[in-house]
Design a protein around this ligand. Structure first.
Ligand code: ATP
Length: 361
């Protein structure tokens, strides 16, 4: 087990207009499962590859348990890696594929056999040890790749989109299995994905990256519920967080948000922003919808109604903004009808409209 400390890591590829990683600092605790997530090109893979020793930084440092590994070659680092492409050898049986790293390390044969059996057991590959990769399904091949990585007692496990070659259902199944396996072996894990649902599901903490920087780091629920910038709220969640602009008005009766010609109760802290415009974020599941008007509800027009089974997803128009609202599954309403929304002040997240950063720290 190992603690990874990344400090001020800079990397610009030759010819690159902006840094692929821009002063990234991050500590991954011993035994922690940390997920790097973000849109394509934000620098996740570059960061992971620098920890693996497959890419060198321009500056900054990486230490594992206090040992500076920044300039060590990949083979001299105690890390193992699982790639998107599996990278298992087609001419070797499952048993030899799993034991490959151990053979490279000149581990005695009986120890290899023991470790391979242990990993095969965990990944439910025991009955497949004498098959070739061509005789396996995609999910089974992916398990072999994971078994090969965990069998080497590396202390640090790096995974780059390991589930992205699996179909949607397998991906979902293997995600939960992977979580169980990694918890069981307790290895410090750095995991890259562009899939926000996967990040939320797997990570003890997630680091949301944007343009080479970490936009926010925290537990999945923290980051989901309290985005520090609009980008994070808009990236995490299905549907992503809704945003609309509103004006703050403070009076003796309390602080309100003026949305078009309608009023909403504002969170208390907005009293300090009287007369200013704010960007308001609210999650679809935090909007309560009704068919009749009532105090502190605002009117919106239904545009689209999508049954998802577990809920009814409404797209509604609120002035110039379109919002997604998660209604109960039996909430039956035709398009073009008015509905009334209540967004409790405790569920409103407010951002500076210019910087798109949160107004609360
Ligand atoms: P994806 O999810 O698409 O894999 P990512 O977040 O992992 O994206 P990186 O692959 O780290 O992003 O790329 C970060 C930036 O560096 C991108 O702008 C990319 O075009 C650039 N880049 C990555 N690899 C190289 C390379 N070998 N040479 C030049 N530029 C590169």
């Amino acid at each position: 087990m190992s603690e990874i400390v990344i400090r001020d890591l800079m990397k610009t590829y030759p010819g690159g207009k902006s840094p692929a990683t821009d002063n990234v600092s991050l500590t991954i605790a011993d035994g922690e499962f940390l997920v790097l997530v973000g849109p394509s090109g934000c620098g996740k893979t570059t960061l992971l590859r620098m920890v693996a020793g497959l890419e060198t930084p321009d500056s900054g440092s990486i230490t594992v348990d206090g040992r500076d590994i920044t300039w060590l070659s990949a083979r001299d680092r105690k890390v193992s890696m699982v790639f998107q492409s599996y990278a298992i050898f087609p001419h070797l049986k499952v048993r030899q594929n799993i034991g490959f790293g151990l053979r490279m390390r000149k581990t005695p044969a009986e120890q290899i056999e023991k470790r391979v059996r242990w990993a095969a057991e965990i990944l439910e590959l025991t009955d497949l040890l004498d098959r070739y990769p061509a005789q396996l399904s995609g999910g089974q091949r992916q398990r072999v790749a994971v078994a090969r990585a965990i069998v080497v007692d590396a202390g640090v496990l790096l995974m780059d989109e390991p589930l992205s070659n699996l179909d949607a259902l397998l991906r979902l199944q293997f995600r939960a299995e992977l979580k169980k396996i990694v918890r069981q072996i307790g290895t410090t894990t750095l995991y890259v994905t562009h899939d926000q649902a996967e990040a939320m599901s797997l990570g003890d903490r997630i680091a949301v990256m944007r343009s080479g920087r970490i936009a926010q780091l925290g537990s999945p629920l923290q980051v989901y519920d309290r985005p520090e910038e609009r980008f994070v709220g808009g990236f995490l969640g299905t549907p992503p967080m809704n945003f609309f602009t509103a004006d703050v008005r403070r009076s003796e009766g309390g602080t309100r948000l003026v949305v078009g010609d309608q009023l909403l109760t504002a969170p208390d802290h907005l009293g300090a922003f009287d007369r200013r415009q704010v960007l308001v974020g609210v999650r679809a599941e935090n909007i309560d919808v009704a068919k009749a008007p009532a105090d502190d509800r605002i009117r919106a027009r239904v545009e689209v109604v999508e049954p998802t089974g577990a809920s009814m997803l409404l797209t509604v128009r609120l002035g110039e903004h379109e919002l997604k609202v998660q209604a109960p599954p039996n909430f039956d309403v035709p398009p073009e009808q008015d509905v009334w929304l209540r967004c409790g002040p405790e569920s409103l997240r407010c951002f500076d409209p210019e910087t798109a950063l949160t107004l609360v720290n």
